[in-house]
Design a protein around this ligand. Structure first.
Ligand code: ADP
Ligand code: ZN
Ligand code: ZN
Length: 730
């Protein structure tokens, strides 16, 4: 394209303004199409403020007032973003009604966003510094860093070799590097072949699924439905192997909780190639390296959590979304994208298959499969001859519960321990008890800043609000009636652990929840320590997935009831998914499994349907209810949320927002209404819900409405956000 001297650069900047910004090229340079997709540094705002923006197009200089400023520096010689990924990000901006600059800021690794050069992606390794060698020779405190230092003192190792060890070595390497004991260097040592393990012979259902995937080329969506342990991962592995053999790259998305060193090791050893990982536990530099290695085609397989969906795939062959129903795929702040939905968009633009796997598919995906938009593949039984567990409802009406546990449940745990096996007691509530109440007047401890009870922790010595983090010491006497009869009501994991310890004093007992697992790899550590020993695990939904426990034969679910009567239209779906996932942990190896559901509502239709027909029956029931109520997937939603320090500011904004909406055929506006938690962290919260049977009118209405909202004076006094396809209505 001929470059004209009066051509400006049109930039997307990472600022929350719904517009693009024009700049002149730096002095002495000429803007042309070669700039598009490159990053530039520009002056922005007052004083010497700067931003890094991305050139998204060119503009003609037309005597702008004030005159355009020149950019400071071009940061990329060739486009950082181009082709399909650039297009998909534009799609994100349009679909979620978000400024392109903010979408780019969400999509790019932090190091690239801030303007750093693309990192080296060649083979690297680690070696000790001279200080490191001295430290290795001297006595030192044992621990992961120390052990890594001793290994490296023997000989430097490549990152691929360290990865092949299967454990998490990066935090230890970072700790050592911070103390200048080791350094990261270009590495030319021998490349050791990855020891590969052959896969099992596929069972007929697996072979059929794979054949169906192989039978087509180009874009196609598959829903692979199979209970936990039915061999979905084996199908992914073979489909990825095909993709690698065809010289293409594969992207595998996993939920936050599913990305364990064991999972990576399984991929690595079965595929025989390095498998790159991308997740929030990595340092900025490591994330940028994985991204760049994919962009350069050096990385062939990337396994990552939600944000990995923004990785470049220049030679894409396949996208897999494991546990596609998992809530962690939806980003809950900033750009509220859904990584599974984006996987569909990208696969279609890339012209490659996308494989959605789950034991408990989301109703959205099931609906798409039923409509014939996705190909539905089913794996019926468990692989390796494992039997499905026996599920039993424990009716606890009119029976005394001690610390939330029934006698039946305790007996079952006792029998399990007597057989030398493992039991899992599941309660999706951390802390000691959900509420502290006064038995004389009914007072209960509430958070001062939220519409919520405070959770009792530390055996009753502390109160913590799970919504804003506020802490308090429990009063000695009731603030309302001065009674001393204050008691924790109900049970969380901490109390259940205490009760089990009292009842089974000799048993090995481990609790797994947010309190006991602050670090990312802590769950794995706990479960590894558990190993094959007989004992009891107590925990929250963190235990629903992950590390295989071959001797786990009893799963007892305490407190099913909270999910049965929730106002959230997705509560039934979520409860059924959780129950199936947790139950799926029992009896995965040769030992038969048993599942107990402790409830006050044994007749509840959801439980009955689940017991009689499993997840498919519950899903059918829920889909029918959604159709009647006109909820997704039969309608499309967008939620406008607002919060402000005062109720009146919040309400005036939402009222004006409603008035600005006008009339849009095929779109219904509901509200303003208070949020389900009307006060949180001291802010008044409200919302407006839009629903529409068809997507197009909804998006047209949003397109028209949002600029009006931005122009409202009352908008300056509130924090507001738009959530397209919300998964939670609060
Ligand atoms: P999912 O991903 O559905 O939970 P996996 O693929 O992890 O299931 O398989 C569960 C277990 O069964 C794994 O230990 C796996 O190695 C084994 N397995 C899978 N497919 C087969 C097969 N065809 N023959 C024997 N074992 C299998
Ligand atoms: Zn009282
Ligand atoms: Zn609070």
């Amino acid at each position: 394209m001929p470059a004209a001297p009066d051509t400006a650069l049109r930039l997307a900047l990472p600022v929350p303004l719904p517009r693009l910004f024009d700049y002149l090229p730096p002095a002495g340079q000429v803007a042309d199409a070669g700039w598009i997709g490159c990053r530039v540094r520009v002056p922005f705002g007052r004083g010497d403020g700067e931003q890094v923006g991305l050139v998204v197009g060119l503009a003609t200089v037309a005597g702008d007032t004030p005159p355009l400023k020149p950019a400071l520096e071009r940061l990329d010689a060739t486009a950082l973003l181009s082709g399909e990924l650039f297009e998909s990000l534009r799609w994100v901006a349009a679909y979620y009604h978000a400024p392109l600059g903010e979408v780019l800021a969400t999509a790019l690794p932090a190091a690239l966003r801030s303007g750093q050069a693309l990192p080296e992606t060649g083979r690297h390794g680690w070696r000790p510094t001279p200080e490191g060698l001295l430290a290795a020779a001297a006595p030192g405190r044992d621990g992961k860093p120390r052990r890594l230092l001793l290994r490296l003192a023997e000989r430097p190792l490549g990152e691929d070799q360290l990865d092949a060890g299967g454990g998490e070595w990066r935090p230890a390497a970072r700790a050592l590097a911070d103390r200048h004991l080791v350094e990261r260097v270009a590495f030319t040592g021998k490349v050791e072949p990855i020891a590969t393990a052959p896969g099992p012979t596929l069972m007929p259902a697996q072979a059929q699924a794979l054949a169906a995937i192989r039978a087509e080329s180009g874009f196609r969506a598959y829903l692979l439905e199979g209970v936990t342990g039915s061999g979905k991962t084996e199908v992914y592995l073979q489909a990825i192997a095909d993709c690698l053999a065809a010289g293409r790259q594969a992207l595998v998305l996993v939920p936050e909780i599913g990305l364990t060193p064991q999972a990576l090791q399984r991929f690595r050893s079965r595929l025989g190639v390095p498998v790159h990982a991308l997740h929030s536990g990595l340092a900025d530099g490591e994330r940028a390296r994985a991204w760049t290695a994919m962009a350069r085609g050096e990385a062939r397989v990337l396994v990552g959590t939600r944000s990995a969906i923004f990785c470049p795939l220049p030679e894409a062959g396949l996208i897999v979304v494991d546990e596609e129903h998992d809530g962690s795929y939806k980003q809950q702040d900033g750009i509220r994208y859904h990584a599974r939905d984006l996987a569909l968009v990208r696969a279609s633009k890339l012209g490659v298959p996308v494989l959605l796997g789950s034991a408990t598919p989301s109703l959205e995906s099931l609906h798409n499969a039923l409509q014939g938009r996705y190909r539905h593949l089913r794996l019926g039984q468990r692989a390796g001859g494992a039997r499905p567990p026996v599920v039993r409802v424990v009716d606890v009406r009119k029976r005394p519960l001690r610390n939330g546990l029934s006698q039946d449940l305790l007996d079952a745990v006792g029998r399990c321990l007597a057989r030398g096996e493992q039991a899992l007691v599941f309660k999706n509530r951390r802390g000691y008890a959900p509420v502290l109440i006064c038995h004389d007047c009914g007072w209960s401890a509430h958070c001062k800043r939220c519409d919520a009870a405070m959770t009792v922790h530390a055996g009753g010595r502390r109160l913590i609000c799970h919504h804003c983090g506020a802490r308090a010491t429990p009063p000695n006497a009731c603030p309302d009636c001065a009674s001393l009869a204050l008691q924790p009501q109900g049970a969380g994991t901490e109390r259940i652990e205490e009760a089990l310890a009292e009842r089974f004093p000799d048993a090995l007992l481990i609790r797994v929840d947010r309190e006991t697992t602050r670090r990312r790899d802590a769950i794995e550590k706990h479960l590894e320590a558990f190993g094959e020993q007989s004992g009891i695990l107590v925990g929250t939904q963190m235990l629903a997935k992950g590390h295989d426990l071959p001797r786990l034969t009893l799963v007892a679910v305490v407190g099913v009831d909270e999910g049965l009567f929730s106002a959230d239209f997705r509560a039934g779906e979520k409860l059924a998914q959780l129950l199936i996932q947790v139950a799926g942990r029992a009896g995965r190896a040769q030992l038969p499994g048993e599942v107990l559901l402790q409830t006050h509502h044994p007749e509840h239709p959801l439980l009955n349907t689940l017991l009689a027909g499993g997840y498919p029956a519950v899903a059918a029931l829920q889909l029918a209810e959604r159709e009647v109520a006109q909820f997704p997937p039969y309608a499309h939603l967008a939620l406008l949320r607002a919060e402000a320090p005062t109720e009146s500011d919040m309400q005036s904004f939402l009222r004006e927002a409603r008035d600005e909406f006008g009339a849009h055929d095929g779109v219904q506006l509901n509200g303003p209404m208070p949020a389900p938690m009307a006060r949180r962290a001291g802010k008044a919260r409200g919302q407006i819900l839009l629903d529409a049977p068809q997507r197009a009118p909804l998006h047209a209405a949003l397109q028209d409405w949002l600029p009006r909202l931005q122009a409202l004076k009352s908008a300056r006094k509130v924090r507001w956000s738009l959530d397209v396809d919300p998964t939670d209505l609060y």
